[in-house]
Design a protein around this ligand. Structure first.
Ligand SMILES: Nc1ncnc2c1ncn2[C@@H]1O[C@H](COP(=O)(O)OP(=O)(O)OP(=O)(O)O)[C@@H](O)[C@H]1O
Length: 546
């Protein structure tokens, strides 16, 4: 419920006002019913002046409070949607990468798209429910004053209605939770659909299997959950409504037999009770949305994103660290633990020192742990044991954020943003143009004054060159490239290894390159050879600068 409190914290005044106006709407409409009854009792033609004035005043009050409460609810909805999206985005950006990898992209997307909508819809239900409660309470009070007997009977029927509504709720909530879990799977399938278009289009068998064994069964399951939930809701609502009409039947046909009652009083009761139908009806429609919102909120909280316990997100960043002359990994380890896996992959313990003005190549077979090591070096993963030192100073958990700012990287699965964020102004613009020329992209891509790239629809190699350009512009003390040259043509491989890397070295940068290009291993000052998560002995530095 932390998240709920957080959402409401910023809009407490709006919520209170919306509820107050809602209650006022309910009470004034109950007052209107009382006046209508009075007017009917007074015979229509000889209605007292106070009744007319009271009716007009209540009508205006109801109109004003209704408009105000609706406007406030609308504001609450748009504000909370924004706050929820903002909070979730901030939390995702602050949560450790490993945790996000464990959650997986489909779950994060399902939360950002589905849960946000369900929570805000659920929140939206609260004020109308309170308005309806206001109307019901108002009419009940009116009935209690008019006839304690009718009131008592109505209370009994209401309790019966509430009990029959609550009975299937456990089942409905269970279906909601199952449906929410299936939604994660469905987003996974949608991801396969959009990311695997080429593979699916090229192979009819795979396409059919994907459609009939993955996507459609999941969508079907979602449909079944939705259908069962809606069926239960329809049954409960219809039963509630039939109880309601049963009560009116009792009022009309049984009450006159129990207690003498004039036709006008009977009409007044019936009118008042009938007036209850609208708020009860709309509450029945609204309550399932509230339940879905509660389930979505719980789901967001189970993601255990950073900042869920109220700490500020993102944490305050300090001043950048000065360019280090030495980064040491001291017995660092990382273990991937996955459900159902007997032998989890363990990297380390690794002991390595990277120095400024030195090029280190990390080499090794597929799955040997190179990218995992890169994530540890760059601070994307915190070491499970061991420590990282910068010029002898241990990087603490609190200093992790600042430590990461030392690195410019191009990972193998890099993302190319469509603009150079914060890297296009002033001196950066001229450097960007220079690098565009150097990377032979000046005829392909233009960068406008806001840093927007004219296109990112390029070949994989060209996109990697643009990612390299962004890394250059960052001009950080440490550069890490994860198989950058793998998609480059021979000419660019040559430029990368023989010109760009030596330039970075000459500029005093610490350079770490993950590579399979053994033709260029001579460029490295040292080779770090990995096998099954451990450094092979021959990885001893070939050249150790003084
Ligand atoms: N996000 C992850 N979750 C669980 N296991 C992972 C994850 N990423 C990698 N692994 C496992 O860790 C091991 C090392 O993977 P890593 O990506 O570090 O290897 P690599 O040397 O970079 O391989 P490649 O040359 O193929 O890129 C592999 O066995 C892989 O299955």
């Amino acid at each position: 419920m932390n998240l709920l409190l957080l959402l409401l914290r910023g809009s407490r005044a709006t919520v209170v006002l919306a509820v107050c106006f809602g209650l006022l709407t309910g009470l004034s409409s109950a007052g209107l019913i009382a006046h209508i009854n009075t007017a009917l009792a007074q015979g229509g033609t000889h209605v007292a002046r106070e009744t007319i004035l009271g009716f007009a005043a209540l009508g205006i009050l109801m109109l004003g409070s209704r408009i105000s409460s609706q406007l406030l609810i609308m504001r609450l909805h748009t504000d909370t949607t924004f706050v929820l999206r903002e909070q979730l985005s901030r939390r995702i950006l602050t949560t450790p990468l490993r945790r996000l990898e464990e959650l997986g992209i489909p779950r994060l997307l399902a939360t950002l798209v589905d849960d946000v909508q369900a929570v805000t819809q659920g929140l939206l239900c609260v004020p109308p429910l309170l308005i309806n409660a206001g109307i019901v309470v108002g009419v009940m009070v009116y009935l209690a004053v008019m006839s304690p007997l009718v009131f008592a009977a109505l209370v009994v029927f209401s309790l019966l209605g509430v009990a029959s509504y609550l009975m299937p709720q456990r089942r409905i909530m269970g279906l909601l939770r199952q449906s929410r879990k299936t939604t994660d799977r469905f987003f996974g399938d949608l991801r396969s659909l959009t990311h695997g278009l080429k593979e699916l289009k090229l192979n009819g068998g795979r396409r059919r299997a994907f459609l009939t064994e993955d996507l459609l069964p999941t969508a079907n399951q979602l449909k079944a959950f939705q259908r069962r939930r809606s069926t239960l809701n329809i049954l409960v609502t219809s039963w509630g409504m039939s109880l309601f009409f049963f009560f009116i039947g009792l009022l009309l046909f049984a009450l006159p037999g129990i207690a003498p009652v004039s036709p006008s009083t009977l009409m007044a009761y019936t009118l008042a009770v009938l007036y209850l139908q609208q708020p009860l009806d709309s509450s029945m429609v609204i309550l399932p949305m509230l339940s879905a919102g509660v389930v979505a909120l719980k789901h967001i909280e189970t993601l255990d994103l950073q900042g869920s316990d109220g700490e500020p997100v993102p944490p305050a960043a300090g001043a950048p660290l000065p360019a280090p002359s030495r980064i040491e990994l001291v017995d660092v380890t990382h273990v991937y633990r996955r459900e159902g896996e007997d032998t989890p992959f363990t990297l380390g313990p690794i002991g390595l020192t990277f120095r400024a003005g030195e090029i280190s190549f990390v080499v090794g077979g597929n799955g040997s742990g190179k990218t995992t090591l890169a994530k540890l070096i760059t601070g994307l993963y915190a070491p499970e044991s061991g420590e990282i030192r910068v010029d002898g100073q241990v990087v603490t958990a609190a200093g992790q954020e600042r430590y990461r700012e030392l690195f410019s990287t191009v990972f193998a699965d890099f993302h190319l943003f469509d603009r150079l964020m914060g890297l296009a102004e002033g001196a950066h613009a001229a450097r960007a143009r220079t690098y565009l020329r150097r990377l032979q992209l000046e005829h392909k891509v233009r960068i406008d004054e806001k840093g927007a790239l004219s296109t990112t629809e390029l070949s994989t190699g060209q996109r990697k060159r643009l990612a390299l350009l962004a890394a250059y512009l960052e001009d950080r003390p440490v550069y890490l490239f994860d198989e950058w040259a793998a998609d480059q043509d021979p000419l660019f491989k040559e430029i990368f290894y023989r010109e760009l890397l030596p330039d970075l070295k000459a500029a005093g940068k610490t350079v770490v390159v993950i590579s399979h290009d053994d033709r260029y291993f001579d460029v490295a000052d040292r080779l770090v050879r990995l096998e099954s998560g451990a450094i092979l002995p021959e990885a001893a530095p070939r050249v150790v600068p003084a």
